[in-house]
Write a protein that binds this ligand. Structure first.
Ligand SMILES: [Zn+2]
Length: 116
């Protein structure tokens, strides 16, 4: 599994980096460094745990953007909900992929330029 090296959250790009070994030894699964624009993840974890941790840290970024603070309890349940929802409903991911490309979303041929 290849986690992207950059992720956009509300239009700002965040680098995705592996947690350093000191933090990994402390049991840190991930960290959101809002000011630095970095999301740290322990990429040595099982893929499902990396993904759920990514949702958690990305949600912290969103909380900082919207609320100016973080709420750990909210981040836990929201990230767990999104993670399990996507795992249990993988077909919805195809819809999101299609929605990011409106042409394929409607299964239509792109409009051709008028002939001159
Ligand atoms: Zn947290």
């Amino acid at each position: 599994m290849q986690i992207p090296g950059e992720l956009a959250i509300f239009g700002r790009t965040y680098d995705v980096r592996n947690v350093d070994s000191i933090h990994a030894c402390d049991g840190i699964l991930g960290m959101a460094a809002y000011r630095d624009g970095v999301i740290y993840l322990d990429l040595s974890m099982a893929p499902s745990l990396v993904l759920s941790t990514l949702w958690h840290e990305a949600f912290h970024i969103a909380q900082q953007d919207i609320l100016g603070t973080v709420d750990e309890v909210e981040a836990r349940w929201v990230s767990l909900f999104i993670h399990t929802f996507l795992l249990q409903n993988p077909a919805i991911l195809k819809c999101y992929h299609a929605a990011s490309n409106p042409v394929s979303f409607n299964d239509e041929e792109p409009e051709k330029a008028p002939q001159k």
